[in-house]
Design a protein around this ligand. Sequence first.
Ligand code: BG6
Length: 489
Amino acid sequence: MVSRVIPVDPFDLVIFGATGDLARRKILPGLYRRFVAGQIPEGSAIIGAARTQMEAAAFRAQVRDVIAEFVDPAKHHPDQIEGFLALIDYVAIDARGTTGWASLKALVTPGRVHAFYFSVAPGLFGDLAERLHAHDIAGDQARIVVEKPFGRDLATARALNATLAEHFDEHQIYRIDHYLGKETVQNLMAVRFANILFEPLWNAQYIDHVQITVAETVGVAGRGAYYDRSGAMRDMVQNHMMQLLCLIAMEPPYHFDPDAVRDEKLKVIRALDPVDPQDIVRGQYLGVSGKGCAPQPGYLADAENPGSRTESYIAMKVHVANWRWKGTPFYLRTGKRLRARTSEIAITFKEPPHSIFDDAGDWRENVLVIRLQPNEGMNLKVMIKEPGPGGMRLVQVPLDMSFAEALGDDGADIPDAYERLIMDVIRGNQTLFMRGDEVEAAWAWTDPIIAGWEARGDRPQPYDAGSSGPEDALMLMHRDGRRWREIRE
Ligand code: BG6
């Protein structure tokens, strides 16, 4: 199935930090794929802006290399590369000074959509916003795109929101959480609100508990300096996992409209109970000594901080205190260097109120698993009769659906999160972006949790690289008579 291409008018996209890692790995390759898909109209301009002095031709050469390195070879389309490079320009700019701003102004075309992607250190967001205005570059149709981390606590997030608000209206600010651009994350809303099947059961009366897992195999080497100041709570829970939780727990919005959706998510965040310290397990991965395999450094070495108390793993039990969810816990866990790279949401339903089958085999709960990655899809575990003449024996079977297979392709046409989100910016659709109050509410919930473990001087527990995380995380579930799902691809 070929994705539908929604046409847009020619636009200008300025990427601040155009020579940085995110631009190279995600933004520029994503734009190229959208160009090949016919979504970037002729006459548009993609303007790289960074500190490095270089000619536009040199930047174009870099973009050519980026395509070679980061775009799937099957999608290189060599015949299209020159056309894409023709849209590319470059300006050397000083975010805190005056250099380059007049040249940038000369490059953007008045009267069209201008998107300014701040792919730079958050400390520069305010400077960029201010200069775009001072130099009269950002017109009515201007949008700014800001990356995470959006602050590191409530105070810094508020300050950042206030700074941006001095120069841009909320409807012009696109705060990226790339999880919201993932196909399956959006599918959560489709599954819930485009089917009658699940919503009547979607509450504490029928759902025993929810597990949200984002497990990674990578460590933090190479970005230890950033990560050690964040930890899993700030890096993953406050944003990505919170968004997943919101999409599962929110009430149906009255319309699929940016504010209607974000209003409902905000209500969920505000309804979160403070978390009991006993319901939190933090961990740090250990190194691998290298007997029979390649040695690998542990977290402390990767973070280059031997005394670090920052967590590379966190598991927690969270309660949404409202009518729908009272009594149904949400268990969240995420970590680095775990057994497999897998992200999923598992909804475990309660037992039927009465069993009519005696001694009928191994009864198990219905579980709806929504796989975010890899192999995006859904799996609903249901009980059926074991085939054969052996009487009424029950057995659990999966109703398994891979989205790519179900839609008749190998996923080749599914745009990645960044591509989709950038095109949403151009179209002016904020549904999949975080609103300022949402981000602040998430920090307001997160701050006391972090302050709590800092005040207690808690140390994360060590866990083996390649494992499922610290032992105590298992206990978090066992105590409640439940079990984590296995982490595997
Ligand atoms: C980023 C985090 O936001 O998300 C990283 O900073 C993490 O630490 C990444 O690895 C995970 O994203 P994905 O799309 O690979 O699941």
